[in-house]
Design a protein around this ligand. Sequence first.
Ligand code: GLN
Length: 199
Amino acid sequence: MSDSTKNTEKLRIGVLALQGAFREHANILRALGAEVVEVRLPAHLDGLDGLVIPGGESTTIGKLAVRWDLLAPLQEKGRAGFPIWGTCAGAIFLSKDANREQHLLKLMDITVERNAFGRQLDSFEADLDIKGLDAPFPAVFIRAPSIETVGENVDVLCQLADGRMVAVREGNFLATSFHPELTDDMRFHELFLDMVRAG
Ligand code: GLN
């Protein structure tokens, strides 16, 4: 298939639908013209162009991924270059270390601190400048992790004023501490679809 054919074809994007805000992601991806597959079993990964892992509770997502035998196939596909975007709990699940015992994909060379913004800032919104987007993005944080350390191949797309990283990319992996699926701004999903098309 030539690149030009691929560009006009409908992308088939999986949304890991074990727990959390997967419907919101699915709605936006569909609005942007993608075919969406809710992924609950390894067979659902067949034929996908990319995958979104939603926010929710990373320990629960990890446990369910183990129970449904999804951990190994996801790791295998990820290592082979399959595009994956994790939001919030999804970003934690993608990371190599969350400073706790829990099931992680360990695909991204990032370490995260869960619930990094403390009680008072449990949930907040901020307009953030994101590398690759032309105007500030309304970012919703809910018991969000911060990205504490990144490997040398990780590109930092967004840092808060205090220096904490909240959006990063490493090759075909994308991680955001916040929830672009909980706003009606679809630019972050467009950015991911562009990444999938290019990949
Ligand atoms: N605090 C959750 C966790 O540690 C993430 C919260 C979210 O995804 N909104 O997994």
